[in-house]
Design a protein around this ligand. Sequence first.
Ligand code: FAQ
Length: 315
Amino acid sequence: MSDEMMLKQFQSRIDNGEKIEPGDPMPDAYRKTLLRQISQHAHSEVIGMQPEGNWVLRAPSLRAKKILLAKIQDEGGHGLYLYSAAESLGIDRDEMIGQLHAGKAKYSSVFNYPTLTWADIGAIGWLVDGAAIVNQTMLAKCSFGPYSRAMLRICKEEGFHQRQGYEIMARMMSGTAAQKEMAQDAMNRWWWPSLMMFGPHDTESVHSSESMKWKIKVESNDRLRQRFINRTVEQAHHIGLIVPDPLLKYNDQTMNWEAGPINWEEFYKVINGDGPCNHKRMLHHIKYHREGGWVRDAARAFAEKQQETADTSIY
Ligand code: FAQ
């Protein structure tokens, strides 16, 4: 079959809403885009454990500590589902981690900001997980089977994360003046980075048109960002938080909360490695990945031993 014919058949499967599975024929560019996006997504989940990990030992109560630990563990699990989905396309995890350490693979810009107070843990759960859910609910409808199935499970867990974050913010907003100030300060610092999570405006997005043609993305960056803004502004107002955007206004015609301009200079600085915590996040990951080498070696040796026993027991 000619390449052109194969591409046509592939596109008609996508247009008919079929799921593409790992062994199916697929254009190289489709596979490459998926690998780029899924590995970036997996790295985000794992690097995203660092800003939250900063508060495990300082959580204000045993209940808060238990919830935070469970949340961080969930994020590690999400990384595993996503690395596995990427591996089904023929890359192994060591290679993906190598790309991350070499600066060739990205992770979400939002995890390059510091967590300065306990309210930041509330803001991450409410805003960062809230933004992730809006994006991932869309990705659950994507054309690649393993990615879309991973998203279904991840979204269920992120729903708890978002609510625990909002609970922290709501409790602080009904507390002392100092607690209210802390919650507002966290809101001020995390609002804009959360909007940046959706990526550049549609007109500037490099990959969107191809990704949407192949239903790797089924909605655009701006459309998802707007959905997040509409939901979140109402939630902020409900607990008395001010959205740190003097230009924010409600448009009666479109029924959208319209935001002021995003600082794209800051966004590109952060995704190109020069955000407040990029260096720290990467050094931390490299250090603990190296120190954990013996665990991977032991697991590999154990799996090989199991395999040997299974092989010999056949005879
Ligand atoms: N950060 O052409 P587009 C979570 C890059 S998980 C860094 O629009 P695309 C859970 C983009 O890669 C959050 N880089 O790209 C949690 C491309 O550069 P490249 C993670 C970004 O792929 C919570 C360039 O800009 N979620 O939060 C960002 O079509 C709490 C041009 O952009 C995902 O990763 C960014 N924000 O659309 C965990 C979702 N935005 O690759 C722990 C999956 C753009 O050519 C604690 N990813 N870039 O070098 C996606 O949906 C898409 O990749 C987008 C970008 C929407 C992020």
